[in-house]
Ligand binder design. Structure first.
Ligand code: 13P
Length: 403
C-alpha cells in the first residue's frame, strides 16, 4: 500500500501518535535536519476576490431564497423531441419557443415560487412574442438566468455501461460569453448507475473530477455552478443501497471540489433524492425517503453550501412535492435550503394540457402554476396534498434517462 513511507511531527491540532502520509505530501524542512519532516500542503493561490466571492454567494442565495426553487427548462433538443412525441407535437424551433414562452410568462402567482430558470443554449437566444429575449424577460421577473453547459453523457470505456459527461473543451470561453449574455448560474449533469457492479471507482472518480473542473471554470466567470451527480433510479435495489451509494458519491464529489479549490458558498448541489430502485418490490414511505435522504446529505454536504435543489428523477409530480415537503419537516438539523430544481415534475401536467395547441396555453399555464405553488410550499414544509389530481400522480420514470 502506498503512503507508508514517512513520519511527521505532531503539530498543533494533530493528536500525538504520528500518522503516516503519502510520500508526495512530505518534504524535508531543511537538509540539515532530515528527521524534521513537514507536510507540504497543496496551496490555493486565491483565484476569486472578495467581491467575486460575494457575487457568487449572493446569486446562490437568491436562487434558493425562501419559497423559491428552480424551473429546469434545459431539456436538449433531443429530450424535447421525446416530450413532444408524447403530445403528438412536431419538434420545431418555433414549437419549442412557444412552449417555453408559456412557462416563462405564467402569471404573477408563479413569481414568488421561482428563483432561477435553467435554459438550453437555443432558448437563451429566443424571444417572447413581444420581442424581449427570454433572459431579459426572465430577469425582469426577478428570476436568475441559468444555462446547461454540459454536452451530454458518453461511454466510459471498460465499465459496465457507465458514463462520464463531456463538455469541458471550450467551456472557459463559453462561460465568458454566457455571463455576458445574462447567465448567472450553470448546470452540469453527471450520471451514475446502481447495479451489482456499479458505480465503479473509476466512474465515481471521473465524474466527480469533471464536476469539480466545471465548477471551478464557472466560478472564474462569476457563474454559480450547480453540481449534479445524479444517481439513476433504474434497478431493483433497496433504499439502503441508494443511501450508501449517494453518500459515497457525494463524499467523493466534495473531496474533488475541495481539491479544485471550488468556493462552496458559491455553489448549489442538485442531487437525486434517496429512493429505492424503480423496480424494487418493497415500497417505502415518504418519511423513509426523507430520513434516508437527509441522513445521506448531513453526512456529506458541507454547511457552507447554500442550497440543495433536488432533481425529480422520474417521480410523479405529486410524489416529488410530497417528498420535498416531508424533508423540510424532518426533525434533523438542516443547514442548507432544501428545494427543487424540477424538470418533469414541474412540467408534465402543463405539457399534457398544452398538447401543442395554441388554444390551450392558459390551461397549460394553470397546471404549471399549480406545481410551482405546490413546490414553493413544499420547500417550506407547508404543502398539504389534496390528492385530487390523477395526472399529478402518474410516474414520470424514463429508463436510463437522458436530459
Ligand atoms: P427532472 O426533474 O426531470 O429529473 O430533471 C431535472 C434536471 O435538470 C435533470 O438534469
Amino acid at each position: 500500500m502506498r503512503g507508508h513511507t514517512g513520519r511527521i511531527n505532531s503539530g498543533p491540532g494533530r493528536p500525538g501518535g504520528c500518522r503516516r502520509l503519502q510520500s508526495d505530501l512530505l518534504s524535508l524542512s531543511s537538509p540539515s535536519s532530515p528527521a524534521t519532516l513537514q507536510v507540504k500542503m497543496p496551496h490555493a493561490f486565491p483565484f476569486l476576490t472578495p467581491d467575486q466571492k460575494k457575487e457568487l454567494s449572493d446569486i446562490a442565495h437568491k436562487i434558493v431564497a425562501q419559497g423559491k426553487g428552480i424551473l429546469a427548462a434545459d431539456e436538449s433538443t433531443g429530450s424535447v423531441a421525446k416530450r413532444f412525441q408524447s403530445i403528438n407535437t412536431e419538434n420545431t424551433e418555433e414549437n419549442r419557443r412557444l412552449y417555453r414562452q408559456l412557462l416563462f410568462t405564467a402569471d404573477e402567482r408563479a413569481g414568488p415560487c421561482i428563483g432561477g430558470v435553467i435554459f438550453f443554449h437555443e432558448t437563451l437566444y429566443q424571444k417572447t412574442d413581444a420581442g424581449k429575449t427570454f433572459p431579459q424577460h426572465v430577469k425582469s421577473r426577478g428570476w436568475v438566468v441559468g444555462i446547461k453547459v454540459d454536452k451530454g453523457v458518453v461511454p466510459l470505456a471498460g465499465t459496465n455501461g457507465e458514463t462520464t459527461t463531456q463538455g469541458l473543451d471550450g467551456l472557459y470561453e463559453r462561460c465568458a460569453q454566457y455571463k455576458k449574455d445574462g447567465c448567472d448560474f450553470a448546470k452540469w449533469r453527471c450520471v451514475l448507475k446502481i447495479t451489482s457492479t456499479t458505480p465503479s471507482r473509476l466512474a465515481i472518480i471521473e465524474n466527480c473530477n469533471v464536476l469539480a473542473r466545471y465548477a471551478s471554470i464557472c466560478q472564474m466567470h462569476g457563474i454559480v455552478p450547480i453540481v449534479e451527480p445524479e444517481i439513476l433510479p433504474d434497478g431493483d435495489h433497496d433504499l439502503k443501497r441508494t443511501q450508501y451509494v449517494t453518500e459515497k458519491v457525494l463524499a467523493a464529489m466534495y473531496k474533488a471540489l475541495s481539491d479544485h479549490h471550488v468556493y462552496l458558498e458559491g455553489t448549489l448541489l442538485k442531487p437525486n433524492m434517496v429512493t429505492a430502485g424503480h423496480s424494487c418490490s418493497h415500497k417505502y414511505t415518504h418519511q423513509d425517503i426523507a430520513m434516508a435522504t437527509i441522513t445521506a446529505l448531513r453526512r456529506t454536504v458541507p454547511p457552507a453550501v447554500p442550497g440543495i435543489t433536488f432533481l425529480s428523477g422520474g417521480q410523479s409530480e405529486e410524489e416529488a412535492s410530497i417528498n420535498l415537503n416531508v424533508m423540510n419537516q424532518c426533525p434533523l438539523h438542516r443547514p442548507w435550503a432544501i428545494t427543487f430544481s424540477y424538470g418533469r415534475a414541474l412540467q408534465a401536467s402543463a405539457l399534457k394540457a398544452w398538447g401543442g395547441k395554441p388554444g390551450n396555453g392558459k390551461a397549460a399555464q394553470e397546471e404549471f402554476i399549480k406545481r410551482a405553488l405546490a413546490n414553493s410550499l413544499a420547500c417550506q414544509g407547508k404543502y398539504v396534498s389534496s390528492g385530487d389530481s390523477a395526472a399529478a400522480g402518474e410516474s414520470l420514470f424514463v429508463a436510463n434517462h437522458a436530459y
